[in-house]
Structure formats: C-alpha cells, structure tokens
Design a binder for this molecule. Structure first.
Ligand SMILES: C[S@@+](CC[C@H](N)C(=O)[O-])C[C@H]1O[C@@H](n2cnc3c(N)ncnc32)[C@H](O)[C@@H]1O
Length: 368
C-alpha cells in the first residue's frame, strides 16, 4: 500500500495509520483499500473495557477479521494484560498495514497473520475471538465456536440489520433459520435472533453460549458470549429459545416456547442479554475517546440487565391511550412503586421495559 494514502488517527492511547478515504459514519462500505470506520470507535472502546475486565495473563486473544488492526491493537495496547495477541486478515494489504501499526505502537510481539479465518479456526484455539465482518457474521460463527477454548469468549458484530429488524424476513430465515418481524421492539428481537442462532450453532458441538454483553447501537449488533462445554448446558440454553408475538392493534406482546402463529418472530433467545457481574467490572475510564457514551451505556445496561423481554415505546402507549407521554423516568418509577419490574432500555431512548400486564401498564400510563 502506498503510504501517501494513509492518515494517522488516534483511538484511546493507540495510534493507527488508516486509508485517507476511511468511513466516518454509517455501516461503511467495502472498498479496495483496507477498511477502517471511525464510527465504530465506541464499539472498540467497549471491547477495551471488556478486555480489561475479563482477559487474564497468558490468554490467547484473536482479532480474526482485523483490517487495519484497530480493535486487536487497542486490546493489546490498552488492556494492560500480558496475553498472546494475534491479528488476522486474509487481505495482504491489511496484514501489511496492521504490522506497520503494531510497530508504531511498540507492539512488535503481536502476531500478524494473513489467513482465511475459517482455516485458522481449524488449527488453533483461542480464549477470545473477535469477528467483525462486512455484513452478516453467519459464515464465521460455526468456525469461531470450534476455535474457542472452553469458557472462552466469542465477540460477534452483525451489520446486516435490515434482515434482523424484519425488513427482509426471508433473508433472516435463510441466514439465521429464524423469522424476523417488523415491530416497535424489532431491535430487540433482531439481537435475540442473532444470540439464538449462536446458541443453536454451539449446541451442534455440545457447547452452550452464555451471553455476557449483547447490545444494539448505531447500525450494528454486538454479542459477547461465553462458550462452555457440555451437552446438558447446551440443552439448557436451547430451552431458553422461544418466539415473540406482537398484536399491532392491542400492543399485546408475549413470548412463548413454540410458534403458535405464522407471524411469530423467532426462534429468539429469551434469556438475559447482559451479565450484571461483568458490568460491575467494566469502567468507562477517561482515556477512552467515547468515555461519556460508554458511561451512559453502562448505566442503561446495568438498569436493564434483569429486565423482562420485549420493550414498549412511549409513543405507542401515547397513540393507544390518546394521552401525551409522561416523562420516561416518571413512568418507570410509577411501575416500580406499583410492584412491577421496570427500567429504561439501551435499545431506544423512549423505550420502557416492564413485566406489568398491558391493561395495568395502560392504566398507570394514563395516571402518570
Ligand atoms: C469490517 S472489516 C474489519 C474491521 C475491523 N475489525 C476494525 O475494527 O476496524 C472486515 C475484514 O474482514 C476481512 N475478511 C473477510 N473475509 C475474511 C476471511 N474469510 N478470513 C479472514 N479475513 C476476512 C476483510 O478483508 C476485512 O478487512
């Protein structure tokens, strides 16, 4: 690669040379150059917080689709853990650039590979595997599960949001073996379809996926899941798959363990998406470029960590009751005062989670 086409950017405390024509926002498009997307800095800051909380000395950490090396180099440079860091990309220009970026940050011990990810997974196992592809991750998840050590983590990015949101349900069915559905809470069902797919893929190998930190933001989903050995654990995870039903007229939404109507979305993961213990250990430290946003998300994730599934939007409640919406926080407090679970949600700034039956929710909403 001609170095005159490169510019220097800084993320956290890591310097990166990236193509001058890098993506500044949105999902980013595949170009002939090495890929870099500035908007994903928040996601990489979350990875650094995750690595600081979870990585242990001697772990083998892989950024499997590394491009410029932005994520893997930041993990090596900023987690402060003496681990075996490996960066891989099958694009030779990417491998050359990440080697240059490793040297620029005095990270010459980082191993740089130029392999097909799936071939690498057939040969080596890791404690942490990051997969951040263009679009759907379905091509890589099965290999990653096989390449992950017992109790290791796989961290998967999906930017094929339209199929998962229910805009293209047939694409979702082809890719994920799950029907998606458009609804006010489609960001949540999309994420749960992705987690459900990972659970089913792991179960094929008598392994279970345990979600640690699964979220939606901007134009993508990100799932950090622990992979553990055991057929019984895999069966227990499978039991937490179900289907989401939504009635647009009444706003009634529910989850059941079987598909009762052809419009039901799923299979979806119906268990927790977030680990409270992990969230307590993650810190939005000031050296992260998006520390304010990290703090905001950590707060929301902690609030909703054990909340019920399928959130409501204040707008749909307003439309249904013909009452203008009260403040979201006031509504959450009202539900809590009345003995129901309730929280805000990171899925939507106007989103509300609760286990209150719909008629009670509407009554308290009008009263709020
Ligand atoms: C979206 S980019 C990765 C971005 C990077 N993680 C970051 O944070 O900047 C996806 C990368 O995957 C690489 N890739 C695609 N298919 C691959 C495969 N089968 N094996 C290895 N690398 C692959 C592409 O060359 C590309 O650089």
């Amino acid at each position: 690669m001609n170095s005159s086409t490169l510019v220097k950017v800084i993320e956290g405390t890591t310097e990166l040379l990236v193509p001058e024509a890098f993506c500044k926002k949105g999902p980013g498009t595949r170009t002939g150059e090495v890929f870099y997307n500035k908007q994903m800095e928040f996601g990489r800051d979350v990875s650094v917080m995750f690595g600081r909380a979870v990585f242990k000395e001697g772990d083998k950490i892989l950024d499997g689709l590394a491009a410029s090396g932005a994520r893997g180099l930041r993990l090596a440079n900023e987690t402060g853990v003496r681990a075996d860091f490996v960066l891989n990309d099958r694009n030779l220009a990417a491998a050359v650039l990440m080697k240059e970026n490793a040297s620029a940050n005095s990270l010459d011990h980082v191993r740089v590979l130029c392999r097909d990810f799936r071939a690498l997974m057939a040969e080596e196992q890791f404690d942490y595997i990051d997969i951040d592809p263009f679009g759907t991750p379905v091509d890589f998840i099965n290999s990653a599960i096989q390449g992950c050590r017992n109790k290791g983590t796989i961290a998967v990015t999906a930017t094929d949001t339209a199929p998962l949101y229910g805009t293209y349900p047939r694409t979702s069915l082809r890719r994920y073996g799950a029907l998606s559905q458009r609804s006010p809470f489609a960001h949540e069902t999309g994420l749960r379809i992705l987690v459900g797919f990972m659970v089913r893929e792991a179960a094929r190998h008598d392994r279970a996926c345990e979600p640690l930190l699964c979220y939606h933001t901007d134009h993508y989903f990100k799932c950090y899941v622990r992979v553990v050995n055991g057929a019984a654990r895999a069966d227990a995870a499978i039991k937490k798959l179900g289907y989401a039903r939504f009635d647009k007229a009444s706003l009634e939404r529910s989850v059941s363990d079987r598909r009762e109507d052809k419009a039901d979305a799923g299979p979806i993961w119906t268990g927790q998406l977030l680990s409270g213990q992990l969230l307590e250990e993650m810190r939005p430290s000031k050296d992260l470029g998006t520390s304010v946003r990290c703090e905001k998300y950590l707060t929301l994730w902690k609030e909703e960590e054990s909340s019920p599934v399928l959130f409501y939007k204040m707008d749909e409640l307003a439309k249904r009751t013909k009452h203008s919406p009260p403040k979201l926080q006031a509504m959450v407090e009202k539900l809590l005062e009345n003995g129901f679970k309730s929280s805000r949600t990171h899925f939507d700034p106007k989103g509300l989670k609760t286990d209150a039956p719909l008629d009670e929710l509407l009554r308290l909403y009008k009263d709020c």
